[in-house]
Design a protein around this ligand. Structure first.
Ligand code: SF4
Length: 106
């Protein structure tokens, strides 16, 4: 992006008019520039679609047992994030199996 384009974007961000209609047309075509009312409409529709699909979808549980990283850099100091112990993990899994008994597929 050129400095001139960055300056045009800053003017648009401040809701000021720019004379380069080709620039605004390109931004509009790519979906970067949109009327606020249209953005609100699209957001509302996406949210309603999400609510509909959520009601129909299966229950999914993501259980993060630790935050450890797979890179294993020798200088890493992130060990403290690997704090869940095996017995706690097993208790949580037992709790889930009771909580969702009859709902989950084996
Ligand atoms: S420093 Fe630690 S957290 Fe960062 S990438 Fe390496 S292993 Fe992962």
């Amino acid at each position: 992006m050129s400095v001139a384009d960055a300056e045009k974007l800053e003017l648009i961000r401040k809701d000021e008019k720019i004379s380069d209609h080709e620039f605004t047309r390109e931004l509009t075509e790519k979906g970067y520039l949109i009327e606020e009312s249209e953005e609100s409409r699209l957001y509302r529709n996406r949210y309603l679609d999400f609510i509909d699909s959520r009601d129909k979808d299966e229950i999914q549980i993501f259980f993060v047992t630790n935050y450890s990283c797979n890179f294993a850099c020798t200088y890493c100091y992130q060990d403290q994030y690997n704090i869940l112990i095996r017995s706690l993990i097993m208790r949580l899994l037992m709790h889930f199996s009771v909580m969702f008994k009859g709902i989950c597929r084996a």
